[in-house]
Design a protein around this ligand. Structure first.
Ligand code: CP3
Length: 326
């Protein structure tokens, strides 16, 4: 999960100012940032310090990540004339990321803690490229998808190829699980999701299947989409806090679920956070196939001490060998 301005003081000290892309481009720094929450919290997996816009940045599409704002695209994608700007991703474009993965895996090998690699899902990355930055309305991207479905399919196809290349390189470098972030899928109706997001997502999941690592698919506000997401080929569906975990499981069938503590409940009162944690563990029950996690990224205002207690409770009270916080 994007840890939106990671709450850790050691992160802020190391990260400095400027674009996060500069920190991501330095493998020693990116490795250290990846390991910080593992050391601090003792979580059961590490998530690579990187970003969903790294591949499009690496091929020179003209995107930056502005602190406090998020991704910003200088010349947004608006027509077929923009397609050639999305050339295929080559391993050399992302050597800094695979170097980071190798460093992290070498550090973690003695502990057995796995590294989760990731990429942005085609629809979510397309939303940034078309809108030009974060949006609350998704009006430009949705209108492009409806008005020019063939062009939108070509766009998401190219982004699917990039996600496949990006994730494959991370797994070859040592990542032991992968997550595809379709954070903004919840802006779509089920019908729109089926037409504009699911086909490219499915292609990514199918292409990654031979790698033999668990594939997690996450989106925010996806209550009505969970059943469709479960048909993507993913092994695990990430769930935010809007849907009670037992209901979410009913919607994804036999797949595993990941989630779903509300990050808003982790900012101050440890009692509130632990009560919510315990109620999620109770809903998970004895059934295997639950990865405890937050329902979205950590708020920058979060007290690290609260998260440490959440992890401790999950380890102590979650079903042994199946639960665990990430
Ligand atoms: O904890 C981690 O470092 C995990 C690595 C990670 C980042 N981005 C680093 C980051 C991951 C998994 C992401 C994925 C990502 N990036 C997503 C999908 C997951 C999600 O949270 O929904 C999305 C939508 C993005 C795009 C993005 N990058 C946004 C919207 C922002 C926030 C801008 C802000 O400052 O509020 C970013 C910046 C970003 N990426 C930060 C981090 C730690 C924020 C802090 C910083 O700039 O240091």
């Amino acid at each position: 999960m994007r840890q939106a301005g990671r709450s850790l003081p050691e992160y802020r000290a190391l990260r400095g100012t400027g674009s996060i892309l500069e920190a991501i481009a330095r493998p020693e720094i990116a490795c250290e940032v990846t390991l910080q929450p593992v050391r601090r919290y003792g979580v059961d997996a590490a998530i690579l310090f990187c970003d969903i816009v790294v591949p499009v940045h690496a091929i020179g599409f003209g995107v930056d990540v502005v602190p406090g704002k998020g991704p910003q695209v200088a010349e947004p994608f608006r027509s077929a004339a923009d397609l050639p700007r999305l050339r295929p991703l080559e391993d050399g474009d992302i050597a800094h990321v695979t170097d980071t993965v190798r460093l992290v895996c070498a550090e973690l090998s003695s502990t057995g803690t796995p590294l989760i690699g990731f990429a942005g899902a085609p629809y979510t990355v397309a939303s940034y490229l078309v809108e030009g930055g974060p949006t609350r309305t998704f009006e430009v991207v949705k209108n492009l998808a409806h008005a020019e479905p063939r062009l939108f399919a070509q766009l998401t196809d190219r982004l699917a190829d990039m996600a496949i290349a990006f994730i494959t390189a991370q797994v070859k470098a040592g990542a032991q699980a992968i997550q595809l972030f379709d954070s903004w899928a919840g802006s779509l109706t089920p019908d729109e999701y089926e037409r504009f997001a699911l086909p490219a997502t499915r292609r990514v999941m199918e292409a990654l299947a031979p790698l033999g690592v668990p594939r997690i698919l996450f989106g925010l506000g996806t209550g009505e989409l969970l059943g469709l997401m479960a048909t993507s080929g993913a092994d695990v569906i990430g769930v935010d806090w809007h849907v009670p975990l037992d209901l979410a499981r009913g919607r994804v069938g036999d797949l595993a679920v990941q989630g779903n503590l509300d990050p808003a409940l982790c900012v101050s009162d440890v009692g509130v956070a632990l009560e919510a944690t315990r109620s999620i563990l109770a809903l998970a029950g004895d059934r295997p196939g639950h990865i405890f996690n937050l329902g979205h990224g950590v708020f920058p205002s979060t007290d690290p001490g609260v998260l440490a207690e959440v992890v401790a409770v999950v380890h102590a009270e979650g079903r042994a060998g199946v639960g665990g916080a990430s």
